[in-house]
Design a protein around this ligand. Structure first.
Ligand code: PLP
Length: 367
């Protein structure tokens, strides 16, 4: 059986989780608080306020859902679409595909707008896919391909539809302005550029979407109407906090610590740090003779996709990185599982030293 001392100290340069900010790790070791303790509720309120800043929103209903990013996706759809509602979904990678599955399970009529993997979405084509959808959904940063899409352009074209945006890999890594861009419902995850362990899904929904929500969604746990009684500013307006579920208090304290650290550095500076580290890595990979996968001009700095050179065993290289250098990188997603690597420099890892380390290790192994 593995004892804690035997757990290897990895450099997590895959598509997530990333190595947490030291402040987030320290937060996990603080004394545990009860989920209705006033001291904890104050931390929760501050966490929601800081989440508003990283989302770029004033939405009162901005909160960390107690589950991973996929639960954020479920919450977004289960609260907005029911039987027969039209959901237009832009698909340019694995997570767009997953959105289609989730929306279909809610009974929605899914209008899927496919794009080539490695390319950004075409906002015009997505907006024209149906005359009157209830929701339009797109992934801001496609982790499966390393591509950034223009959510602001989609927001400008959404018409009467509600815009759902997946910001799991973009939040606190690249520019994100939910309100300015017309995002009505957004969900994210803690384990990438927020630099916290996996386990929470920062979520935001504006009044427009909340008023048009499904009244009794088939998920009790993710019913935003019920959750409002426990977290977020909306709850205080309606007289105090009531028990909904046992919030993972240690995780919220850890997220609180990471957000404080991010905002102390400054969001613009954090975005610039990600941009710089990503550029260093992408330039370095090309100097090694490797070819990048994502379309030029749309590459995410925090998640780089690179083509595995012909004749190279992609899994063997990843294994050697792990065994010799304690470095984790990701395999490609879907059809690209053995032909693409995914290298993340997210949150605490978005630093030049991390970029140089992975470049040196890859150069050594590829010879
Ligand atoms: N959406 C995107 C863009 C992701 O990258 C991920 C996870 O990698 C998810 C959704 C799902 O999040 P989780 O794995 O935390 O459930």
């Amino acid at each position: 059986m593995a004892t804690p001392a035997m757990i290897p100290d990895r450099r997590l340069f895959g598509p997530g989780p990333s190595n947490p900010y030291p402040e987030a790790t320290a937060g996990l070791g603080l004394p545990l608080l009860g989920h209705l303790d006033p001291a904890f509720l104050a931390i929760m309120d501050e966490t929601c306020a800081m989440l508003r800043t990283v989302w770029g929103t004033d939405n009162a209903r901005t909160l960390p859902l107690s589950a991973t990013g996929s639960a954020g996706m479920e919450a977004a759809f289960v609260n907005t679409v029911g039987a027969g509602d039209v959901a237009v979904i832009a698909v340019n990678g694995l997570f767009g595909e997953r959105m289609c599955d989730v929306a279909a399970r809610c009974g929605a009529q899914v209008v899927r707008v496919d794009h080539e993997w490695g390319q950004p979405i075409d906002p015009q084509r997505v907006a024209e896919a149906h005359p009157s959808p209830k929701v339009i959904a797109a992934v801001h940063a496609e982790t499966s391909t390393g591509v950034r899409s223009d959510i602001a352009a989609l927001g400008a074209l959404k018409g009467d539809a509600l815009l759902i945006t997946d910001a799991v890999t973009s939040i606190a890594g690249i520019e994100l302005r939910a309100d300015d861009w017309g995002v009505d419902v957004g969900y994210a995850g803690t384990q990438k550029c927020l630099g916290v362990a996996p386990g929470l899904a920062p979520f935001t929904i504006n009044d427009r979407a909340f008023e048009r929500r499904i009244e009794h969604p088939q998920s009790w746990y993710l019913d935003l109407g019920l959750l409002g009684g426990y977290v977020g500013e909306a709850s205080q307006k309606h007289g105090g906090r009531t028990y909904h579920h046992t919030a993972p208090t240690a995780m919220v304290v850890s997220l609180h610590a990471a957000l404080q650290r991010i905002l102390a550095e400054g969001l613009d500076t954090v975005w610039a740090r990600h941009a710089e580290a990503g550029e260093l890595l992408q330039d370095g990979l090309q100097k090694l003779g490797l070819e990048l996968f994502a379309a030029q001009g749309y590459r995410l700095p925090e998640l780089t996709t690179v083509k595995v050179p012909d004749g190279v065993d992609s899994a063997a290289v990843r294994r050697e990185l792990l065994d010799r250098y304690d470095i984790e990188i990701g395999a490609g997603a879907g059809a690209y599982a053995s032909t693409v690597w995914r290298i993340g420099l997210m949150g605490h890892n978005a630093r030049p030293d991390a970029a140089l380390l992975i470049l040196a290790a890859l150069a050594d192994i590829l010879g």
